[in-house]
Write a protein that binds this ligand. Structure first.
Ligand SMILES: NC(=O)C1=CN([C@@H]2O[C@H](COP(=O)(O)OP(=O)(O)OC[C@H]3O[C@@H](n4cnc5c(N)ncnc54)[C@H](O)[C@@H]3O)[C@@H](O)[C@H]2O)C=CC1
Ligand SMILES: O=C(O)C(=O)Cc1ccc(O)cc1
Length: 315
């Protein structure tokens, strides 16, 4: 397995690529696209003047603008890298400027809602191929991105029924060139899987850090001083961007509530086992979960170091 991104391409995969939203994910795609020469021209679009100015300073795109309609004009590939709740408004603003044959994709952590928000605003002949790179950190903004973020990570494509196969293949090739392993599934299935593997874990982290902060009998100093590994890991997750995560929960409501219901039932069973001294029940569960963790590591999905350590591999 190669440890680094491949060499730059002789010919770009796409002519004009427009990224909307140059935060952690958008700026990581920009850096990798530049390094691998995946685009003839790379356009950065963000509604924040400060972000556009920073992108120019960093030199991670050929053009940078706050004008989404102008920025996507003549684009062959547009990737929405904004919070999921902003996708509909961006699609509405850019729809009339998209050229026929253009591929519109995104990186949202929720898929059904993004498809429902975006599809109605796309003119005929424009292809929607939603994507979700399952890679990230708790940091945000254009300075947080790095070119190797997607290397050896999964990227899930959720093409709607009847999606243009050639467009799906091109988006697949794009993510593979960024170093991702690509899997295709329905948006509904994606939202269910990610609810339990990503969304509910983040909710638990936000909750436990909030609960610890509200305790009256334990001081904040003690929480910080005696943070064992588990709590420290939760605080990293709970430092993730509030706008992004608010949108994820509001836009994956059904799946998250379904998984939370299951979780509540299972936590009640654990509480009962503790109350009644049923050590064998606790032991059996902890043995099963240890095997799951070891399976994840041996499949190479997780390194000994957490995600943010990957930054040291280089920009
Ligand atoms: N942060 C993570 O670890 C991951 C995030 N994602 C998804 O990627 C997307 C982006 O997340 P991040 O890069 O972390 O966020 P971020 O907060 O770092 O960047 C978002 C950028 O979008 C811009 N923006 C917001 N609304 C806009 C609009 N209406 N028009 C133009 N620009 C707009 C903001 O100014 C900001 O620069 C989200 O949908 C998130 O669910 C997916 C995988 C991992
Ligand atoms: O920082 C972490 O541990 C993450 O879980 C990053 C992350 C956040 C959102 C996604 O949709 C995918 C990955």
């Amino acid at each position: 397995m190669p440890e680094r991104l491949g060499p730059p391409r002789d010919t770009p995969l796409f002519g004009r690529v427009a990224l909307v939203g140059l935060g952690l994910i958008g700026s990581s795609i920009a850096r990798a696209t530049q390094r691998l020469k995946l685009a003839g021209t790379l356009v950065a679009i963000d509604n924040s003047e400060a972000v556009v100015a920073r992108v120019r300073d960093l030199g991670i795109a050929d053009e940078a603008t706050t004008d989404v309609a102008a920025g996507v004009k003549d684009a062959d590939l547009v990737i929405l890298c904004v919070p999921v709740g902003a996708c509909g408004a961006v699609a509405e603003a850019m729809g009339p400027s998209l050229k026929p044959g253009c591929i519109v994709s995104d990186v949202g952590s929720v898929k059904t809602s993004v498809i429902n928000q975006v599809q109605p605003h796309l003119p005929a002949g424009v292809h929607l191929v939603p994507a979700h790179p399952v890679a990230g950190t708790e940091h945000s903004g254009p300075d947080a991105g790095f070119a190797t973020l997607f290397f050896n990570r999964w990227c899930i494509l959720t093409p709607p029924e009847g999606a243009d196969e050639a467009a799906v293949a091109r988006v697949n090739a794009f993510w593979q060139t960024l170093g991702s392993k690509v899997e295709v599934m329905t948006a509904q299935h994606h939202d269910l899987v990610l609810a339990i593997t990503s969304h509910v874990p983040h909710l638990i982290a936000y909750n436990i850090v909030g609960t610890a902060a509200d305790l009256e009998t334990v001081t904040q100093g003690e929480v910080i001083k005696f943070s064992a590994g588990g709590f420290r890991d939760f605080t990293r997750i709970a430092a993730s961007d509030p706008t992004m995560w608010r949108d994820i929960f509001l836009h994956n409501k059904e799946a998250v509530l379904e998984m939370l219901g299951r979780l509540n039932e299972d936590i009640a069973l654990l509480a009962r086992a503790i109350r009644w001294g049923e050590g064998d029940k606790l032991f059996d569960l902890f043995t099963r979960t240890r095997a799951i963790r070891r399976g994840i590591i041996s499949e190479g999905q997780e390194t000994a170091e957490p995600d943010f350590g990957r930054r040291r591999e280089g920009q």
